[in-house]
Design a protein around this ligand. Sequence first.
Ligand SMILES: [Zn+2]
Length: 284
Amino acid sequence: MSEADPAFTVGSLECRVVPDGVALYEKETLYADVPPEELEPSVRALLNDQGYVPLPYHPLLMRMADGLALVDAGAGPALAKEWGDPIGRLREALRAAGVEPEDVGLVLLSHAHPDHVGGLTLEDGGGRRPVFPNARHVISRTELEYWTSDRVPEVFARMASVARLHLPPLERAGILDLIEGEQDLAPGIRVIPAPGHTPGHLAVSLSSGPDTAIFVADAVLGETNFEHPDWSSTHEVDRAGAVETRRRLLDRAASGRSTVVGYHLWAPGLVERRGHRYRWNPAG
Ligand SMILES: [Zn+2]
């Protein structure tokens, strides 16, 4: 898989994928509890030489009338070092698009998993400083409360520690807004609760004139999920809820002929409903 053309438009909204990199996942954790004889042929074409599924990390940059908005912040340099994957490269991708972190006015966080929030702050003299100091950061209240609560199971403890490292400094700096329910963040940019993957997971609906798009964030974990929408991952907090949300968002995109954009999809595209499955038509 290679990176597609990063730029696309939704009406007058200029959008650009700003790649943070690519990480490798075990197929059995990405699509858990699927019998091997069913899993193997479905993912075979996607596997790298070592048998892993490469997934892109694709934050989305949008140029609005009154400034720049970024959806999700990549994994950050510390996790890139820890995991050994070629990730944490958002800053270079932004620079290639002619954007410095200081230029971003809005950072919308789909959820608080490490690959989405690890790039929010950097260590600085024993404390942490925001990477996007001039941005209003937005996350679901449910999401922040969950990851900072004692309800997080042990299996997700490492994920919680990353959320707890990056989000409180933004809160202390007074640049983190907690939102509830469906709402407009800017003209043509509306957040939609999309729980399951995590409790406060958000999708983003984009519209301009007759054109629409949906950033599904992690409601779709790789292209395999179109053909197999009922497959869920061990990374998901509520696996049944994740499947329900995936179907709801893809049905909405299919019926509205909305462009689908995903954090872990290689390219934007259009989706069609085919019985209980979906057919994926990537752009380009
Ligand atoms: Zn993710």
